[in-house]
Design a protein around this ligand. Structure first.
Ligand SMILES: O=C(O)CCC(=O)C(=O)O
Length: 279
């Protein structure tokens, strides 16, 4: 079966009580669409902390967690960013993110991964349609869909500079893959560089994207620097090349429930955090 209905809840419940920063209306929106957007939500101090932190991380010597565009010179992503800058680690512990993650996942949470995505002016290339959970499940052994991500806009994001597009409702389906056929080249895989072998590598077929879009809607998320996009681990998303004159820097931080630890992860620890440290 190529797709089946999701079994795991989107909004989790538990006996343990947590703060409830999101209203019922916001939770309903997230539950139906698989994402929630907070325009201009970060204080200048917090936004600045993330910006300074990304500069600190990128000023380190070339690291194994630095992913380059196909030209092998312009930086596409920095994984494990919170371990390359103490400012970023401080940023991912901010109350706004942690309390929302706890409310939705109904448990303590830990930081599963964080990455800077540059999408540089004129040269930053696309990310094809995928569920993040595909990789987290098949590669990292994440048992359940009990994780989510916050995307912090470190530049203004417009229709022109390669914004993230989300397919509303796509998080309610689980896509199955034949993982044995997958490319073993981790850098290529992170870059989505598959030369027409998308479907064996966790990216969606044209047919599936069309199906999801018939049932949902492509929502293009644009906003000013300091805005935040929250999305469920299973919401299908993508973004196009950036041929505009404006950089589009994002900082993505992913949180997993402490009850959803990984079983036999296969990707290196600079991609997949092994340690469960509740925030
Ligand atoms: O930065 C983007 O535009 C999309 C990022 C993404 O989908 C990913 O890193 O999985």
């Amino acid at each position: 079966l190529e797709i089946e209905q999701r079994i795991d809840p989107v909004i989790w419940t538990a006996k343990e009580r947590f703060a409830e920063p999101l209203s019922k209306q916001q939770l309903d929106f997230y539950s139906r669409n698989g994402f929630l957007f907070f325009p201009n939500v970060l204080t200048p101090n917090l936004s600045n902390l993330a910006s300074v932190g990304t500069k600190e991380a990128s000023s380190q010597d070339r690291k194994e967690s630095f992913i380059y565009e196909k030209d092998e010179t312009s930086l596409r992503s920095i994984y494990n960013a919170h371990n390359l800058s103490s400012k970023l680690y401080e940023f991912v512990k901010n109350k706004f993110f942690v309390e929302i993650a706890q409310q939705i996942l109904a448990s303590q949470v830990y930081l599963y991964q964080s990455q800077i995505n540059y999408k540089k002016s004129f040269s930053g290339t696309n990310f094809f349609w995928h569920h993040d959970y595909t990789y987290w499940h098949y590669e990292d052994g994440m048992p359940q869909m009990r994780a989510l991500g916050f995307v912090t806009f470190l530049d203004d994001v417009s229709y022109e500079n390669g914004p993230i597009m989300m397919i509303s409702g796509s998080h309610l389906w689980k896509t199955n893959f034949n993982w044995k056929l997958r490319s073993k080249d981790i850098k290529k895989s992170i870059r989505h560089d598959f030369d027409n072998d998308r479907e064996n590598n966790g990216l969606l077929s044209n047919e599936l994207v069309s199906y999801f879009v018939q049932n949902g809607k492509i929502q293009t998320i644009t906003g000013a620097k300091g805005s935040v996009l929250l999305y469920d681990c299973n919401t299908v998303h993508a973004s196009s090349d950036n041929i505009s004159p404006w950089d589009r820097t994002l900082y993505l931080a992913f949180y997993n429930s402490v009850h959803n630890g990984l079983v036999n992860p296969t990707r290196p620890d600079y991609i997949t955090e092994r340690e469960i440290l509740p925030l």
